[in-house]
Design a protein around this ligand. Sequence first.
Ligand code: KG4
Ligand code: ZN
Length: 336
Amino acid sequence: MNLILAFESSCDDTSVAIIGSDYRVLCNLVSTQTDHADFGGVLPELASRLHLQNILHLTEAALRKTRLAPADIAALAVSINPGLIGSLIVGLAFAKSLAWSWSKPLITVNHMLSHIFANLIENPSIKPPFLALVVSGGHTELVHFTAHTSFEVVGRTLDDAAGETFDKTAKLLGLGYPGGPLLDKTARGGDPNFHHFPRALKRRDDQNFSYSGLKTAVREYLARHEAEFVNAHINDLAASIQQAIIDPLIDKTLRYARLKGLKTILLAGGVAANSALRDQLRERAAALGLDFFRPSLELCVDNAAMVGAAAIPKLEAGQFAKLDVNAFSNKGTKFL
Ligand code: KG4
Ligand code: ZN
């Protein structure tokens, strides 16, 4: 069993973890940057500076907590895309300098792939082929895995991501930041059929998603109704919007799984923490006799244990990065 020291700094969470090549997590420290709340969204420059402040302390704490020394570590793993470029560079520069000074191999991983591999931490026996629905603040992708290192993105959003839609519609409802968890909470006990918001690309025979129309529909609905009415029905409206976001995710995932005869579905990404999505996808997958996995809530958020998990197949295959490797933000990524 080899140990991987992993780093995550793609957005507003700095995290350092130590994980074994058997997916056992020895420690997974996450420092969430709460300073962005005052700005109503993540401020990239501030995020980079906070990563810089946090990453060394977290690494020292991880080694101290596990009583491990650099000599015990087999490799270093770090996210290089997608994400905020300044934030990614902090994690990558730090990982590179340790790789160089400790003479360890460096493994670079994709942040979205890491989210998917968070599932392997709690269920290491999951075997491809499987279909992964990965939904985060910036990405919404359906990925068909034929092996741990072999996959194809078979669907994606054509405009806004699901998490972004949670955040923006929550803001329109006046729920505040971060919108996703607040909309989830407000929707509990609300009636998802109170108002039918549009489900885009419903009849299209592919796995793509679109959310910009929903955002506009919510804005127009709110403009047509008095604040008093909206406040009186805030739970019902939150539940109706949430259902309009998750219905296409669930429908298209299950449709593709049936089309391809895939028996295993994995949910991943920050939006995988959404209670309605977790419950409804689990129930509907079970009704079709499919196996369904999703990470526990603490592994849905950005964390370095999942980065280490995604690095395991690369460590086993000896796929190491050169020290001149670069990070890239990959806006509108066409690949993982
Ligand atoms: O994966 P993540 O932590 O960061 C990115 O890689 O983008 O995902 C963050 C996204 C945000 O849009 C946040 O609002 C959303 O995940 N999110 C949720 C919930 N918890 C986090 N969306 C809906 N319901 C939740 N409970
Ligand atoms: Zn993420």
